[in-house]
Design a protein around this ligand. Structure first.
Ligand code: TRP
Length: 361
């Protein structure tokens, strides 16, 4: 069986470090591993509209931001099909059939949907389209016969639902769809990178994000204002690591060779942590190290972004080509689905003959 990846993001804002460690960095590694037969990365604008129906301009503006972020982290259109969800209408049709295979109570139990309903004050009136987005996500995945879906852990309930839909579809209509596996980030700090405030995960509405497109100056400012340990009042007092944002970021980003380069008094992160908890190490030193490491990672991303920012029509062309390719792939699956569901009436010689016979012709 082919190994196929599908994943994507809602275009509701620029992508940030949380996206980077949670999925983007991994996607580029997977892309360059050569282990996959096909890789699809989708800008989920239709899904973004399910809770932004009154603000389509936001989605329209952020489409290009997400495309630029993808290209700048190294997602390569020669190896990966980057496409736009609304430009593949086959996905909507699939979703309509899958909706019959899922109960309302099943979606109501979805923890990610539950949290989002609260966050968006949808408790009193949930848009039907929003409520159905987990089902539509199953079409995004199955339309491309994806075997692997690399996403953050908040997406796990969606992949679980997809697997249930696949099992139910194949049980009713015969083996047709491919059951996908989730691929989670492998480092605990990457699973849920906190915001610069050390609290929740990064989120635009909380204003605690470091964006991939931030300038070195913005990066420095954000790192310097990061939440650390409120009890670490003087350099000499023992520090605590729990909830200490710079250390959590170091868990996600730093490698032993960074110490040789930027802070040779320590061999590795453990030594730095030990010194901090013992006392005698200031937050400034830790933050400076973090700045150097992040700057090393972000500088090439920023450079590539600049190149594509100068070539916006080329970026739209990449999306157009990718969407055409994606559409062709989804159309094949849809035709298989219609056949399995036996709604391909006009190509069904048996049906036509059987009906003719019923009427004696
Ligand atoms: N729900 C994902 C997000 O919030 C976006 C998405 C839509 C997606 N369809 C998908 C992710 C299919 C993986 C697979 O970013």
């Amino acid at each position: 069986m082919s190994k196929i990846i599908l994943t994507g993001d809602r275009p509701t804002g620029k992508l940030h470090l949380g996206h980077y460690v949670g999925s983007l960095r991994r996607r580029v590694e997977l892309q360059n591993s050569g282990e996959f037969d096909k890789i699809f990365v989708m800008i989920a604008d239709a899904q973004a509209l399910t809770d932004n129906a009154d603000n389509p301009e936001k989605i329209r503006q952020n489409l290009i931001e997400v495309a630029l972020d993808y290209l700048s982290v190294g997602i390569d259109p020669a190896k990966t099909t980057i496409f736009v969800q609304t430009q593949v209408p086959e996905l909507t049709e699939l979703a309509f059939y899958y909706m019959n295979l899922v109960t309302v109570s099943r979606v109501q139990r979805n923890p990610t949907v539950k949290t989002e309903i609260k966050m968006r004050n949808f408790e009193q009136s949930i848009p039907v389209g929003f409520f159905c987005y987990p089902v539509s996500q199953a079409s995004d995945i199955t339309a491309f016969d994806a075997t692997v879906v690399p996403v953050g852990e908040d997406q796990a309930p969606m992949i679980e639902l997809t697997r249930e839909i696949v099992a139910r579809f194949n049980h009713i209509y015969g083996p047709t769809l491919v059951e996908p596996e989730i691929l989670l980030p492998d480092n605990a700090a990457c699973m849920r990178l906190p915001g610069t405030d050390g609290k929740a995960k990064m989120s635009k509405s909380l204003g605690n994000c470091i964006y991939l497109s931030d300038s070195p100056k913005e990066l420095k400012k954000k790192i310097n204002s990061m939440y650390t340990d409120p009890e670490h009042l003087t350099i000499d007092s023992p520090g605590h690591l729990e909830g200490n944002a710079p250390f959590i970021y170091l868990d996600a980003f730093c490698r032993d060779e960074h110490f040789a380069k930027y802070l040779p008094d320590y061999a590795n992160l453990q030594e730095l942590k030990d010194h901090y908890t013992r006392g005698g190490l200031g937050d400034g030193t830790v933050k400076k190290l973090l700045f150097n490491i992040l700057e090393e990672e972000l500088a090439p991303i920023r450079e590539r972004r600049k190149h594509y920012e100068q070539n916006i029509p080329e970026v739209f062309e990449i999306l157009r080509k990718g969407s055409e390719e994606a559409r062709a792939a989804a159309a094949k699956t849809l035709s298989r689905v219609r056949q399995a569901m036996r709604i391909d009436y006009f190509d069904d010689a048996d049906l036509i003959a059987e009906q003719a016979k019923k009427y004696g012709k």
